[in-house]
Write a protein that binds this ligand. Structure first.
Ligand SMILES: [Zn+2]
Length: 269
């Protein structure tokens, strides 16, 4: 039988729960199975978070923010009113007034209530200061990577977004991807147009349609799966390059240029 000290030294097992918000957002709630302290990622709305915490007799210890958009930050004021000691982590490069710990890329922070550290990744593109969090093998990527797609370029450049996604692609295939929106079905319709002969996309689409018919999330995804089905992570593939060239009437094998054209194509899809 393990002593309490030995138990604390073991890697914490995290439980991660999707709290649906608005039309298609997920606020990811993280806690340790045996503990009542929770963190949330990108709480655009306080209501689903407060309901969950009350129903489970839980305390909100921390908030992890990926970027400044209001559908990711709009719930902070009410959460802070309910839990005045809550720690609020967010990107140093973006002005979010409520942040108590401003983070840079490549930082590693320790989250004591989860007994777990988080690696911070700088992933500009959707916004100019966007960050992502890697907790064990769980990636919280905000609006940078979606299953089958990627975020729109509101502030950053296509080159920045391509580098950010390339950074994700270097992670282990078994890293789970917790995106902030349920966009998978729409993204896969585009992915199939780009790669009509990709059988992985076809199989995954079948599974996602069943999930959505039962009102279940298609997330989390994984890095390994995204590398097989997400055209934005497949700009080196000849099949993707050929379809992009066909659509744009301009042939290139420069993967950043392929990404740029693919993103423009999706914007008008
Ligand atoms: Zn956003």
């Amino acid at each position: 039988m393990s002593t309490p000290a030995a138990t604390d030294n073991m890697a914490a097992t995290l439980t991660i729960i999707p709290l649906p918000a608005f039309n298609d957002n997920y606020i990811w709630l993280i806690h340790r199975a045996e503990h009542s302290d929770a963190y949330v990622v990108d709480p655009g709305d306080a209501t689903p978070v407060l309901h969950y915490l009350a129903a489970n007799n839980s305390h909100l210890s921390g908030i992890l923010l990926t970027h400044h958009h209001s559908d990711h930050t709009g719930g902070i004021a009410r959460l802070k009113a309910a839990f005045p000691d809550v720690k609020i982590y967010g990107p140093a490069q973006e002005s979010i007034s409520s942040i108590t710990s401003a983070l840079q890329g490549n930082e590693e922070i320790f989250l004591p209530e989860l007994n777990c550290s988080a690696k911070v990744l700088s992933v500009p593109g959707h916004t100019s200061g966007h960050i992502a969090y890697l907790l064990q093998n769980n990636l919280f990527c905000g609006d940078t990577l979606f299953s089958g797609g990627c975020g729109r370029l509101f502030e950053g450049t296509a080159e920045q977004m391509y580098r950010s996604l390339a950074q994700f692609a270097t992670l282990d295939d078994n890293v789970k991807v917790y995106c902030a929106h349920e966009y998978t079905l729409a993204n896969l319709a585009f992915a199939q147009t780009v790669e009509p002969n990709n059988s992985d996309i076809r199989q995954y689409l079948d599974w996602c349609q069943q999930q959505r018919q039962h009102h279940l999330p298609t997330l989390p995804s994984s890095i390994g799966l995204e590398k097989r089905i997400n055209p934005f992570l497949r700009c080196n593939e000849h099949s993707v390059q050929a379809q992009v060239a066909n659509h744009c009437g301009q042939k290139t094998s420069n993967s950043t240029q392929v990404f740029t054209q693919l993103r423009q194509w999706k914007d008008n899809f």
